[in-house]
Design a binder for this molecule. Structure first.
Ligand SMILES: [Zn+2]
Length: 151
């Protein structure tokens, strides 16, 4: 498989507590959430410091809530905002439903959030949604929470 171009790749990593299958001790492995092309994936790289066992779990499906929390704790939130009037609410809702698998009413409230305060998530979550929104013609901006004003 050819490597995707670097601009098509975003990822965040974090320490993630894991139990070793061989010695049973707990240590911090490394969890990575990545968007590779259109593939939103989760990988775990583990190397037990107690018994030296190393393993890798690729394309974990679905990621646990703990994995997502670890990514957010280590990297913080990224905020995505849609410029009001740059695209119809229906288009925003369509993108939200594709990216987040939400019901119509949930998508509506997320769409509202996107044009008002902005929606926060992991870098990869935000990028998935941002790409769909840009494809529908929306003007979007993203920033790290805490790095731009206090809106
Ligand atoms: Zn071990």
């Amino acid at each position: 498989m050819p490597n995707p171009p670097i601009t098509n790749f975003v990822s965040e990593s974090a320490p993630y507590a894991t139990t070793c299958d061989r010695c049973g001790k707990t240590f911090d492995a490394r969890v990575t959430e990545a968007l590779v092309g259109d593939d939103h994936r989760w990988d775990l790289d583990a190397h037990c410091p107690h018994c030296d066992l190393a393993w890798c779990e690729c394309a974990i499906e679905p990621a646990t809530a703990g994995m997502r929390n670890a990514i957010l704790a280590a990297n913080g939130f990224t905020v995505l905002k849609v410029e009001k009037g740059s695209v119809t609410t229906a288009s925003v809702m369509r993108a939200v439903r594709i990216a987040c698998f939400l019901s119509l009413s949930e998508a509506r409230s997320v769409a509202d959030e996107l044009v008002t305060s902005g929606r926060a998530g992991s870098l990869v979550e935000v990028e998935v949604l941002a790409r769909l929104l840009r494809a529908s013609g929306a003007v979007v901006s993203t920033w790290r929470r805490g790095e731009q004003g206090s809106e």
